[in-house]
Ligand binder design. Sequence first.
Ligand code: NAP
Length: 294
Amino acid sequence: MGKKIDGKQIALQIRKEVQQKNEAFAAKYEMQPCLAVILVGNHPASLSYVQSKVKACKEVGMESRLIQLDAEVSEADLLKEIEKLNQDAYVDGILVQLPLPQHIHEDTVVYAIDPNKDVDGFHPINIGKMMLGVDTFYPCTPHGVIKMLEAISYDLCGKNVVVIGRSMIVGKPMAQLCLEQNATVTVCHSKTKDLTFYTKHADVIIVAVGKPLFLTEDQVSPGAVVIDVGINRNAKGKLVGDVDTESVLKVADYVTPVPGGVGPMTITMLLWNTIIAAERRVLAGTKNNHCFLG
Ligand code: NAP
């Protein structure tokens, strides 16, 4: 029987590290790192996500600003709001909660964020730097997965990794970060023929499909590590992942549960990126301390 990887515990450890970095930052520069979160509309799931981010900032001693805009806001007005935050010398990280209403182009909005404040790691400059292996802001969910593997001392070097899903926020950056760790990476998607052939040959399977209990025991080889990125609601409204956790645990060495696996890591890596952004901006002389502590 395999083990569940405790994402909550790993996230807690990293948050303690972030908190210590924040305290050291505040002591040295007499100001706090600051994350600005823009929410357009009041979709309950998005509202709950941004509230969790604001709460997480508070818990680690970070400033946050929540900017709530009407669902009808024009793209131009949203871009103006982003530009104000780009120019604000106190703001270190900017996050626009996705998805956006249909009349707004997500790409235009993401591209408008100053890459030095793009703590989600979605700006093409940061994606490009990640591809080049240059230090940058990595997208939070895949970065969190790498941190989880580190936490169980799992070395990806030379391992066969199968990533199922090729979205820009999870699958593609996930594949790149595993490649950077010298894994041999296969990316599977909805057009992949004989998915089980690939998963059966994998040391690590990372599932980001968005289909409840998609990966089952018969698709996994003994000793595999299975990372479940999925967040879905089943027919009873219960939160479930993309992996049939209990059955896969019979063959795999490790599985991340849902909830309590990858989920807590995502916000944690957002906090991580924000303190890094603040440190870099102070060093570059672009963060002002006009908002002193106390
Ligand atoms: P997405 O943009 O919908 O991408 C889903 C991917 O799954 C696509 O690449 C799709 O292939 C692939 N896929 C669909 N059906 C498949 C099949 N039958 N076989 C193989 N591949 C298949 O989703 P996403 O944004 O990456 O999110 C994926 C899941 O992760 C969702 O449940 C989401 O809620 C969750 N998520 C969790 C976190 C977290 O913090 N834990 C963060 C982000 C996302 P095609 O490209 O060919 O269509």
